[in-house]
Design a protein around this ligand. Structure first.
Ligand code: BF8
Ligand code: SF4
Length: 623
């Protein structure tokens, strides 16, 4: 690669652990990435198709070989169809996550899943009102609400309920374009149908279904997941914690929760603080039980309980290589199948828990909501008992960790502002805060680990752009110290003043990737207050190191919601000039926002700053 950085990561803990991995002769994602070079050019451009068995077909990007697949599909059709399938897969991941959360909520509300209670009654009442459910009975109509939430998945006609949370002008745009999602599952199924051989063969028409499916995710699946999880586990509020591999403890039992769903990890956090478990750990020579998170399961328990984050996506293997992890407990999504083999090189027990996700080399301790607390205790006990198998001579825990302030749900932000978004709006209007950028998403070994995240965010806050973050960007920011209130000293004067007066960091951790829905809610609230559409606001989105199909679905709904979005890694669309133009240009006329691709974080920051200044000007605000 032309501009391959000298080190794989900007994070010193990661660099140290990679050295350790190499010393120990262990392979990580970076090594496997190198072995994949050069990666398939057809795949990179998005111009290969395996959608039927007349193929696989590929289009010659140089115009010397085939211009069409066997069925006659052009590069434009193939690229658009492939992108739609990525969106469908990403939306499906969020939808299935949300569905499981609702099912637990339903069981809890019917008194079956006894390990769970409804922790946020205010949210329950608000949602019941939104779904027109009379608040009655012991649990305030919770069971009826659960059924109503479930009906948003299988709805065949009408619209996904939470799309009504969008500003009216936005809803009108969606209506005009015919992209209001009907039911969450329906849109995903339709993507798979349309991309079958011989169905939808117009790139624009295909991509509009992509936007609709994205909206079913953002204003449907992800939003439902967030709200239901808040009801069950509590709406996050500001709290302090720590992040990076240095949160692992040499003298305690370390349990890592990794994946995406808080349903089980909540129970594990509880079981790990059970005095009986702690006594058992002490009996075996440990000083206690330390739970730490990776990826979005990590974000969920960080936001609600201040459980430290051991790292983001590319650090999952490195956590095992510390030799100090008694159990790596995983559910679904972003869990590398390499973990089983790696865990086998150590004493680490790699425990898979989801009925949907099996991994080579994993011990299965399948989760079920009716026995949640019991299963969590079994898992914690397995981890604790494994402490005696730890080889202390192989333990290498990097010292690096950073303090962070997390927990900025919409409610928490409003609270910090004194109950109304007005002070934030005033700060944006008077220019102390120039705008708001949502910087989110994954890690990807195609780019230096955390480099895009940290440098983009630093540059934005320096320019007095308030950053809201979720997912692996949030963990990168936490590790870099950007989630501490005193990081405000790195911010431009205006933003610094606001942060100091409110005692908040210049980068607000809003949660896991499904919690990007919280960002939509904030954007809608600001737009409504100002009487404009989201696309009129001085706001932008960025995913500097994205890799997951979920990120493609997120990109689709963020842009369809009117937010200009800069991607740091190149999506597989460049094989079609038509699709590229639709995404980076034409779509702007339809939804008031476009995608841009810019791997260099300072140039990406420039694009965002210019965009925000343009929006300020259009609103008549000082630039
Ligand atoms: O849902 S940011 S690598 S962990 S996909 Fe995965 Fe990407 Fe991380 Fe969370 Ni989101
Ligand atoms: Fe080839 Fe068309 Fe079949 Fe795709 S759908 S594999 S382009 S024949």
């Amino acid at each position: 690669m032309a501009n391959k950085p000298a080190t794989e990561s900007t994070d010193p803990a990661t660099t140290k652990m990679l050295l350790e991995a190499r010393r120990a002769g262990l392979e990580t994602a970076w090594d496997r990435f190198n072995k994949q070079q050069p990666q398939c050019g057809f795949g990179q451009l998005g111009i290969c198709c395996r959608n039927c068995n007349m193929g696989p077909c590929r289009i010659d990007p140089f115009g010397e070989g085939p211009e069409k697949g066997v069925c006659g599909a052009t590069a434009d059709i193939i690229v658009a169809r492939n992108l739609l399938r990525m969106i469908a897969a990403g939306a499906a991941a969020h939808a299935d996550h949300a569905r499981d959360a609702v099912i637990v909520f339903k069981e809890a509300s019917e008194g079956r899943a006894r390990s769970y209670q409804i922790k946020d009654d205010t949210k329950l009442k608000a949602l019941a009102a939104e779904y027109n459910i009379p608040s009655r009975g012991e649990r305030g109509g919770a069971a009826d609400l659960a059924n109503a939430l479930l009906s948003d998945f299988g709805r065949q006609q009408g619209s996904v309920t939470f799309t009504r949370r969008a500003p009216e002008k936005r809803q009108k745009i969606w209506e005009r374009l015919g992209i209001i999602p009907r039911g969450i599952d329906r849109e995903i199924v339709e993507c798979m149908h349309r991309t079958n051989m011989g169905v939808d063969n117009d790139p624009l028409h295909i991509l509009l279904q992509g936007l609709r499916t994205g909206l079913a995710d953002g204003w449907g699946a992800s939003m439902i997941a967030t709200d239901v999880q808040d009801m069950l586990f509590g709406t996050p509020s500001p709290k302090r914690s720590e992040a990076n591999l240095g949160v692992l403890r040499e003298d305690e039992v370390n349990i890592i929760v990794h994946g995406h769903e808080p349903i089980l990890s909540e129970m594990i956090v509880e079981a790990a603080s059970d005095p009986e478990m702690i006594r058992l750990a002490e009996k075996l020579g440990a000083k206690g039980i330390n739970v730490a998170g990776i990826c979005c399961t990590g974000n969920e328990v960080l936001m609600r309980h201040g459980i430290p984050a051991a790292g983001n996506f590319l650090q999952q293997e490195l956590a095992v290589i510390t030799g100090a992890v008694e159990a790596m407990v995983v559910d679904v999504q972003c869990v590398m199948p390499s973990l089983g083999g790696l865990a086998a090189c150590y004493h680490t027990k790699f425990i898979s828990t989801s009925p949907k996700a099996e991994f080579p080399g994993a011990i299965r301790m399948e989760f079920s909501e009716d026995r949640a607390a019991e299963i969590a205790r079994e898992i914690v006990r397995t981890a604790v008992e494994n402490y005696r198998n730890r080889d202390m001579s192989r333990v290498v825990i990097p010292r690096e960790k950073s303090e962070c302030m997390v927990g900025f749900s919409v409610e928490a932000i409003l609270n910090a502002l004194g109950g109304s978004p007005q002070p934030l709006i005033d700060a944006v209007v008077n220019g102390s805060i120039k705008g708001i950028a949502a910087v989110v998403g994954c890690n990807n070994p195609k780019v230096q680990h955390d480099h895009g995240h940290i440098n983009l965010v630093r540059e934005l806050i320096r320019n007095s752009i308030l950053v809201v973050t979720t997912g692996c960007n949030a963990i990168a920011c936490a590790k870099a110290g950007l989630l501490r209130p005193d990081a405000a000293r790195e911010a431009g004067d205006g933003l610094r003043g606001v942060c100091e007066s409110l005692g908040i960091p210049p980068v607000l951790h809003m949660g896991s990737c499904v919690d990007i829905s919280r960002i939509l809610v904030v954007a809608a609230a600001i737009a409504n207050r100002l009487g404009v559409d989201i696309s009129d606001l001085p706001v932008a989105g960025a995913a500097p190191e994205w890799m997951s199909e979920k990120a493609v679905s997120i990109g689709a709904y963020v842009v369809a919601s009117g937010v200009y979005t800069v991607l740091g890694t190149v999506p597989p669309v460049l094989g079609s000039p038509v699709v590229t133009k639709i995404l980076t240009k034409d779509i702007g006329d339809a939804v008031g926002a476009t995608f841009a691709v810019e791997p260099d974080p300072s140039k990406a920051a420039r694009l965002i700053i210019e965009h925000i200044e343009g929006k300020r000007k259009a609103l008549g605000l000082k630039v």
